[in-house]
Design a protein around this ligand. Structure first.
Ligand SMILES: NC(=O)c1ccc[n+]([C@@H]2O[C@H](COP(=O)([O-])OP(=O)(O)OC[C@H]3O[C@@H](n4cnc5c(N)ncnc54)[C@H](OP(=O)(O)O)[C@@H]3O)[C@@H](O)[C@H]2O)c1
Length: 320
């Protein structure tokens, strides 16, 4: 199989198109012929010094290192124990290095069935490929951690980004919540179009101070990092949750230890149960995925430069 891989863990090590032997599926694994790969900040963060790279080095597969999580494609082989998936099924999912799996920047991935969701007929594979990390993160934040119910309020910090766009739409169109989104002036119209009831332009005023007028919130989802944890918690109603999507530093994550323990961190892991409601929402037209750039897999470095700008207003997709 072909993959974009780096040969060492050096900081400056480039991703190079590399031939890697395709592993045979174990009895509980499937092989997927990858058609589209969504680019996420985690893909380049795993190449930089920090907790993600440390974990991948410690418990991930041996070098060469293939980065990437998101994929959509078609099942081409399966192990003897796999009953619920068939060769030829179109699926979406995420790789998991803690299971010893290589990343998704490749023309093949080998994963377990509980990491994928079968796509409804006619589902656009490019849209599917852009969904897993953002969709699963938004779902976990709003539903699993936030317990967001119809009529309650959700505040989404970073509403114009990959996770933020899906969170606004899931909160509004699937959970029936009242949504307040925070973004810069140039993205206000887009965030309104996605369904936010109120949009706060962070370049005009302190967004958390402005959000006070709309409190209390059931959930405050921080997709930016750097916002004050105590200010976020102060906006919550009883039983509310401040969900830290961004903020990788141990100091940021230490907010979970601060009473009254309403700050929670999220670690996105693609599972069938989390992917299914997101896929269903897209199939029903309740969530739209905004793809802004497409690159051949070999141009993954260009995609990483774009993502690292921190100014993306939608998804970048790689095609093997
Ligand atoms: N914990 C997890 O499991 C998990 C999962 C997914 C993502 N993440 C992390 O969450 C973060 C967001 O991911 P993503 O995929 O959504 O990234 P992204 O698409 O690259 O986010 C870029 C967006 O952030 C907006 N933004 C930047 N600064 C902002 C600010 N101060 N206030 C409001 N919006 C701001 C930008 O809009 P403007 O240009 O208008 O500022 C841009 O639209 C990343 O740090 C990522 O690593 C964590």
């Amino acid at each position: 199989m072909k993959a974009m891989a780096q040969r060492s863990w050096k900081q400056s090590e480039p991703l190079l198109l590399t031939e890697i032997p395709t592993p045979l599926p174990k009895p509980n694994e499937i092989v997927v012929d990858v058609k589209a790969i969504g680019v996420n900040p985690v893909d380049w963060k795993m190449r930089q010094r920090g907790p993600l790279r440390f974990a991948a080095r410690l418990i991930g597969p041996p070098l060469p290192f293939v980065t990437g999580v998101d994929f959509a494609g078609v099942v081409t082989a399966k192990g003897a124990e796999v009953k619920d998936l068939q060769v030829g099924d179109a699926v979406v999912g995420g790789t998991n290095f803690s299971r010893g799996q290589r990343g998704s920047y490749a023309d093949r991935v080998v994963v377990r069935p509980d990491q994928v969701c079968v796509l409804p007929p006619g589902f656009d594979l490019e849209v599917a490929g852009a969904l897993p990390v953002t969709g699963v993160t938004a779902w976990m934040s709003l539903v699993e951690i936030g317990h967001l119910q119809p009529g309650q309020k959700a505040l989404i910090l970073g509403a114009s980004g990959g996770v933020g766009q899906i969170a606004v739409q899931l909160a509004k169109n699937v959970r029936g919540a009242v949504v307040v989104g925070v973004c810069s002036q140039k993205n206000v119209a887009l965030v309104k179009e996605l369904g936010a009831d109120v949009v706060i332009d962070y370049s005009q005023s302190d967004p958390l101070a402005a959000a006070k007028a709309h409190a209390p919130f059931q959930v405050v989802v921080d997709c930016v990092g750097g916002y004050s944890g105590s200010a976020c918690r102060a906006l919550l109603g009883p039983g509310g949750r401040h969900v830290m999507v961004a903020g990788d530093s141990p100091l940021a994550q230490a907010q979970v230890l601060v009473p009254p323990w309403t700050s929670k961190s999220v670690l996105a892991r693609s599972t069938t149960a989390r992917l299914k409601p997101v896929v269903d929402a897209v199939a029903a037209g309740k969530v739209k995925v905004h793809i802004v750039e497409r690159f051949p897999l070999a141009d993954a470095e260009k995609a990483h430069q774009l993502s690292q700008s921190g100014r993306m207003v939608g998804k970048v997709v790689l095609r093997p």
